[in-house]
Design a protein around this ligand. Structure first.
Ligand code: SF4
Length: 290
């Protein structure tokens, strides 16, 4: 059957081959482990149960997980094994099951979540380049959306992610996520049980994009939306042709964006330490937990 579940609509027959996203129909994973460096309501004190999917429908030149997103390093697993992997993480006491970069497995994961429910929330940790209609099939199965909103400009998204229609799709996807999870709900320890956190990675020489993104979130999702402004950009991946991407962001760039968000009235902003901008924070994709 032809796959058109994401905005690429590449029409690949994933039973026989691979799509633009680089993978076939079987779940392909690179790592499943407790992760302590997500936003505090997601990682909490016991960690988030991250499950990293290989391949990607976006393919950003600066991807910090290049090895698995572009290189598709990973092991194929059955749905039964995925269930065991999730159960093992829950057995370690994690606060949630966190599917990292799951978009190109949306249909299979929707079916998987229909057959498998968990005692902890399911987190959909995506790049935002997805179809709102595809996301509708996840309603009630995903409790926490953790999407990126990377660019507003079609020119930037084409240049860095070969996706000139990124904002057109991501904006509609985020509106759908917010429709499914209109309120952020936390337990007494501040751990998120339901809701949406919109992430934005600030790129060097790109703060005007960041400000426009914040304007859009305010107008379309509201200032009650939890946002996470990420300073962790580290030069990595295939960026040789992009001189502007070959440095970390400056404190001045970062605090310009944070200050703007505060002035817009966002009630819940997660910020990051500059110490996070280091290759040491990129996980080892050594098939741990697979
Ligand atoms: S998920 Fe992969 S195979 Fe399906 S349309 Fe998107 S890029 Fe193509």
């Amino acid at each position: 059957m032809k796959c058109n579940i994401c905005p690429r609509e590449c029409g690949a027959d994933r039973e026989k081959g691979r799509g633009y996203c680089g993978v076939g129909q079987n779940f392909t994973l690179a790592r499943a482990a407790k992760h302590l460096w997500e936003e505090p309501p997601v990682s909490g004190t016991k960690g988030s149960g991250t499950v990293f999917f290989s391949g990607c429908n976006l393919g950003c030149v600066f991807c910090q997980n290049y090895e698995i997103s572009h290189g598709c390093k990973g092991k194929e697993v059955t749905a039964e094994r995925l269930r065991e992997i999730c159960d093992n993480l829950i057995g370690e006491g994690v606060h949630n099951i966190n599917f990292v970069n799951p978009t190109h497995y949306s249909s299979a994961l929707s079916y998987f979540l229909e057959k498998n429910s968990f005692s902890v929330p399911v987190v959909w940790n995506s790049g935002g380049y997805e179809k709102a209609d595809t996301l509708k099939s996840l309603e009630g199965k995903v409790q926490i959306y953790l999407p990126d909103l990377k660019y507003v400009s079609d020119e930037r998204s084409e240049k860095y992610s070969s996706a000139p229609d990124y904002f057109s799709y991501a904006s509609r996807a985020l509106i759908e996520m917010k429709r499914q999870c209109p309120e952020s709900i936390f337990d007494e320890e501040g751990i998120m049980k339901r809701g949406i956190i919109v992430r934005h990675l600030i790129l060097p020489k790109n703060t005007n994009q960041s400000l426009k993104i914040l304007d859009w979130i305010k107008e379309n999702l509201g200032t009650d939306t939890v946002i996470s402004l990420m300073s962790q950009y580290t030069p990595y991946g295939k960026i040789a042709a992009f001189p502007e991407l070959q440095r970390k962001i400056t404190e001045r760039e970062y605090f310009k964006v944070v200050g703007y968000a505060e002035n817009l009235g966002f009630e819940n902003i997660f910020t990051q330490s500059f110490l996070s901008a280091d290759e040491d924070f990129i996980p080892d994709f050594d098939f741990t937990g697979i």
